[in-house]
Design a binder for this molecule. Sequence first.
Ligand SMILES: Nc1ncnc2c1ncn2[C@@H]1O[C@H](COP(=O)(O)OP(=O)(O)OP(=O)(O)O)[C@@H](O)[C@H]1O
Ligand SMILES: [Mg+2]
Length: 282
Amino acid sequence: MQIVFDHVDYVYSAGTNFEKHALRDINLKIEKGEFIGLIGHTGSGKSTLIQHMNGLIKATNGKIYYNGEDIYDKNYNMRMLRSKVGLVFQYPEHQLFETTVYKDVNFGPKNLGLDKLEADLRTYEALKMVGIGEELLDASPFELSGGQKRRVAIAGILAMKPEVLVLDEPTAGLDPRGRDDILDQIARLHRESNITIILVTHSMEDVAKYVDRILVMNNGSLAMDQKTRNVFARYKELEEIHLAAPQVTYVMNALKEKGFSFNTDVTTVAEAKNEILKGLKK
Ligand SMILES: Nc1ncnc2c1ncn2[C@@H]1O[C@H](COP(=O)(O)OP(=O)(O)OP(=O)(O)O)[C@@H](O)[C@H]1O
Ligand SMILES: [Mg+2]
C-alpha cells in the first residue's frame, strides 16, 4: 500500500462567487503501516484532503497514485479503491440506517459481492475489532450509546477490509471515556493488523499519544510533515497558525527556561515524568 499526492490542488465551485481554493500544491507520500495525524485549524482543508484519498473528490490539478497507479486513469478501478481506502466521516453514526447492528455492518461486505459466508465472517470480525459484543448484534443501532454507535459505524468500514483507515475526527462530541475507548481500539487495530491509519483531529494530546507522524494543514497548504516530536518542537510556529503543542511541551520548555536541563523533546505526560525523574537523579 502506498498513497502519493503529486502537486494536488482543489478548488470548490470554480468560476462562481463561492469559489474556494481549498488545497494548494499538496505533495505527500503515505506508506503501509503508518499511523498519521492530520491537524490544522478549522477550514484548513483536512476533510477535503482525505476525501481525495478514495476518489470521492477529484483533484482540480495534480495527480494521486495508489500503489503506483494513477487513480484518475480512465481505466482505473475506483470501486476497488473505495473498498481499499475506508473513510469514516465525522459523526459517522448519522449514516447508520439498518434495523440491527449486524445488518448495518453486513451491508458493506454484502455489497462488495462477497458470498454470504465471507460477508458474515467479516461482519463478526469487524464488530469484534471495535469491541462490540454479540449481545448487541440484534440491537437497533439507534438504541446504542454515542460511543457504541460510532464503533458500529467504524466496524461497517472495517468489514470491507480496507488497507487504509481514514478517520475524520472520530472522537468529536464524545465524553472523555468514549474518546479514549475509540482511540485505544484504533491503536490496537493498528498494532495488531498493521493497517495504515490516518487520524484527523483537533486534539494535540491525542496525536501526541498515538501517532508517529503529523501532517499540519494551514489554509489549504501542507505546512509541516514530520515526526510527532519534531512537529511539537516547532510549537511557536504552530501558534502562529492557531494551533498549539500538547501541554507537556509547554511545561518542559518552562522548566528548561528556569534552568533545568531536561530534554524538552517529549510529547506525553508519561514521557515527561520519566525525563524529569531521570534529570533529578543526575
Ligand atoms: N462543499 C463545499 N463548497 C464550498 N466550499 C467548501 C465546501 N466544503 C468545504 N469548503 C471550504 O473549503 C475549505 C476547507 O474545508 P474543509 O472542510 O476541508 O476544512 P477542515 O480542515 O476539514 O475544517 P474542520 O476542522 O472545520 O472540519 C474551507 O474554507 C471550507 O469553507
Ligand atoms: Mg473537516
